[in-house]
Design a protein around this ligand. Structure first.
Ligand code: GLN
Length: 537
């Protein structure tokens, strides 16, 4: 079968959940036996979101091959249970970078380099790239931003060209819009959708399917009206009602027939029933919890839900695995100190200290970690959370009162967390951290080994600083064990306190690999430990 391409665009408003719709469709097509991948094209000019503050664009997701990407790639991986790569996230910055580099090399000698055809050719090349690998039957491309934005235009123009250039039945365009409910009129309103589709058509792109986000059911009348005004076939206007879990959306879209209509549009007639039993089992566990645990996530980007997206999702997966609702309480690390830590964390069953960068909120993280260590509350530190667990232990147990990470102190006499050797010659900020998957060997008999059930693991990273191995013997003698290390470099990847009921911290980011059908073992064990702590208190 020739490769098929599905494009997902969005209109009316941002944050409608294009990524979830794209991932849900991907899941359904995969469940029908197709080999599917999903890619995201983002209109901003940054080469990647690695240099963005989480407040700008939510979490930066990291792939196995070390790409810093849009958080939607996390949804794709979680829904499809597959790995994405550098090629799955393209930005305007990447496209221009390629074209401008080629221009300097003389690739267009004599020609004026223009948005059409040079930028659009490069966009089209990248849109088709994964399809040409021979690994996939269907490539779904989500276009970031909203139709009508100035910066989305080259992407829409590229889709327009592909609709004509690729063989018949190769392209399906899905447009996601909002159908708002006006309480005063007690009515769902279709006009924003009509305008949004007009904007898409103005760019020469004809949608095949319209998916409408809505708080209320769309009547048949309303669907017909939209089909008529938006030039799509009746039956190709679908609703996506607010769901209680994002993992319910594939089943909702199955009920709407999204996958069947997309396959019809792509001229594919033979396919089996969707095999979704593992997703259904997960949802069944998710919706029927027997317990509730309260977990604090201590971090400084807590005002924006999306900043810790993968961590939150990992708790959803681990909760279902334990038949337990995990109630996450955000605790702003900037406002935690000795005087209020009991009030803020006293009723928590577990404490997670989140990743991060820079000085703001660091001392609050240290206070939270000390509280967890001294009170025997289950603790899980990730990346900066692990680094601060090391600093806390150095200060309070080893007596190095000015211990710090050299990320924030150049004058400390005890840089127990220090810049990695390989980082010392790097001044460029974009894409230069230690990124992506590295092997880690776990210590036999350790909590980490017990949690994973194996001694060889591989996890993803995103950091510049590391545990300073000069201090390792002193830490271990005092009770903080390095239970996971990089087998090649000796870099400390996991620390734990064997004397504590559950105290584990990792330099890597386990949250990037948790999925509903394969919840991450550390999150699963941490939730279990939190439940035990609640019951033993
Ligand atoms: N700022 C720390 C470092 O660069 C931790 C990074 C993180 O938490 N992702 O090493």
């Amino acid at each position: 079968m020739a490769v098929k391409y599905i494009f997902v665009t969005g209109g009316v408003a941002s944050s409608l959940g294009k990524g979830i719709i794209a991932a849900s469709l991907g899941k359904l097509l995969q469940a029908r036996g197709f080999k599917v991948t999903i890619q995201k094209f983002d209109p901003y000019i940054n080469i990647d979101p690695g240099t963005l503050n989480p407040y700008e664009h939510g979490e930066c997701y990291v792939t196995e091959d070390g790409a810093e990407t849009d958080l939607d790639l996390g949804h794709y991986e979680r829904f499809l249970g597959m790995h994405t790569s550098k090629a799955n996230n393209v930005t305007t910055g990447k496209v221009y970078n390629t074209v401008i580099t080629k221009e300097r090399e003389g690739a267009y000698l004599g020609k004026t380099v223009q948005i059409v055809p040079h930028i659009t050719d490069e966009i089209k090349r990248r849109m088709l790239l994964l399809g040409e690998s021979g690994e996939y039957d269907i490539v779904i491309t989500e276009v970031g931003g909203t139709v009508g934005d100035m910066e989305s235009q080259p992407f829409l123009e590229s889709i327009r060209q592909l609709q004509w250039e690729l063989p018949q039945d190769s392209v399906c365009v899905i447009h996601l819009t909002l159908v708002p409910y006006l309480a005063a009129a007690a009515e769902l309103k279709t006009k924003p959708t009509q305008h949004s589709v007009q904007a898409l058509q103005h760019a020469g792109v004809l949608p095949d399917i319209i998916v409408c986000r809505s708080e209320k059911e769309l009547s048949e009348d309303l669907r017909h009206k939209m089909a008529r005004f938006c030039n799509v076939k009746p039956g190709c206007v679908m609703q996506s009602i607010d769901a209680s879990s994002i993992y319910q959306v594939p089943l909702n879209m199955l009920a709407e027939g999204l996958d069947v209509k997309a396959l019809e549009c792509l001229g594919i007639k033979d396919y089996p029933e969707a095999e979704l039993s593992r997703l259904r089992t997960f949802l069944d566990r998710l919706f029927n919890p027997e317990h509730t645990v309260h977990v604090a996530v201590v971090g400084k980007y807590v005002e924006l839900q999306d900043s810790y997206k993968s961590i939150l999702e990992s708790f959803v997966h681990a909760g279902a695995a334990n038949l337990c609702k995990v109630k996450v309480h955000y605790v702003h690390s900037e406002f935690v100190d000795d005087s209020n830590v009991e009030e803020k964390l006293g009723c928590m069953d577990g404490i997670l200290v989140a990743p991060g960068f820079g000085e703001r909120g660091l001392e609050g993280k240290i206070v939270a970690i000390r509280y967890a260590r001294e009170k025997g509350v289950p603790f899980f530190g990730i990346c900066l959370g692990m680094q601060m667990a090391v600093v806390e232990f150095a200060r309070d147990v080893l007596g190095f009162t000015d211990a710090a990470s050299s990320e924030v102190s150049s004058t400390t006499t005890h840089p127990v967390i220090d810049l990695m050797e390989s980082q010392k010659s790097t001044s460029v900020k974009g894409g230069t951290m230690r990124l992506g998957a590295y092997d880690c060997a776990l210590e036999e008999g350790s909590l980490a080994a017990k949690v994973y059930g194996t001694l060889q693991i591989s996890e993803r990273h995103r950091h510049r600083y590391e545990f300073n191995n000069k201090y390792l013997a002193q830490f271990e003698a005092a009770g903080l064990k390095a239970s996971g290390r990089n087998p090649r470099t000796g870099l400390v990847e996991v620390v734990e306190l064997p004397e504590h009921p559950f105290f584990i911290a990792t330099q890597f980011h386990p949250e990037y690999k948790s999925t509903p059908e394969c919840p991450h073992p550390i999150f699963v064990s941490f939730v279990k430990a939190s439940l035990d702590h609640q019951q033993n208190r």
